[in-house]
Design a protein. Sequence first.
Lengths: 310, 64
Amino acid sequence: MSDIGYLDQGKEAQFGDYVALLKPRVMSLVVFTAFVGLVVAPVPVHPFVGFVAILFIALGGGASGALNMWYDADIDRIMRRTKGRPIPAGLVTEGEALGFGLALAGISCVMLALAANIFAGAFLAFTIFFYAVVYTMWLKRSTPQNIVIGGAAGAFPPMIGWAVATGGVSLESVAMFMLVFLWTPPHFWSLALFMKDDYSNAGVPMLTVTHGRKATRLQILVYTLILAPVAIGTAFTSIGGPVYLAVSLALNALFLKGAWGIYRRAEDTATDDRYAYEKRFFYFSLLYLFGHFLALLIEKGLTYFGLGGW
Amino acid sequence: MALTRDTDLHRRRLSRNLGLGVVLIGFAALVFGLTIAKVQSGSKLEAYDHQPRVTLLPATGAGQ
């Protein structure tokens, strides 16, 4: 999305500022995983209906982003990383963000229900509720496992994509959920290790602050260990196949090796090379998730050539 | 003075207004496209008015 008028001198919110309220970078993950969830489902969807469904799933994700920015405006004002967001920057008022988020949440759920089916629309509504209320309002500020809860919200989109096609839930869609869900903690905590953010000033119980870096390193390893069998096991469901299995085995071996390395690293070694290892692990985690979903997509594509699957 | 202030305001809000216009036109296009797509795929097109619903009529026995 373009940020038109970003250099404007006056404090007038531009179109791009409202787009920024939707957290476009988070949206790209939502679009990709929801798309894969929709495509790999065994029921074909009319391409235009599929396109509209993905669009409104993304908009629903954006709406929860706006609601998150409304509620977290007090934290965002304190932390360096988030100071530039539209509300702390004084471009959009908190009430505007709330209204914007609620309106878009309503539109996206109703439109998804009309375009696809009621279940998918209701599922999207639940996801927005989960992210905005359960995560943002309740657990984010009360438990150091907040990332795990937030990860669940981020893991629903492939299930919604699947529900658009099939109208329900199944083992395969739960497997895709678990993949994103268990991937989030290692991904985010490795970021937290080197992002020296001011969470403690903002009063957010980030694991690195409450339990220290050593404990965070252990948690990364634990979640990676649980993630590996789930990710590899997905190969043996109806959406998996030899290509996915090969990709998953390779990615998980590297991911486990990285997590073990993170666990074994002493804090002064890490500060000496400015968390180079942790940064590599973080960027690899992006590739890890992208690789798995891409492999699912390839398996589906191969079925059109009489290949793919078992 | 008032005139220049006013035009400045309009100028600053131009991108926002254009953006909103594009979004609204895009939304109408989406709904239209959805209509076409739903009609083309042809399922569940039975309407509930103006004529008796075939599926609700008692079987005539012709097929039995």
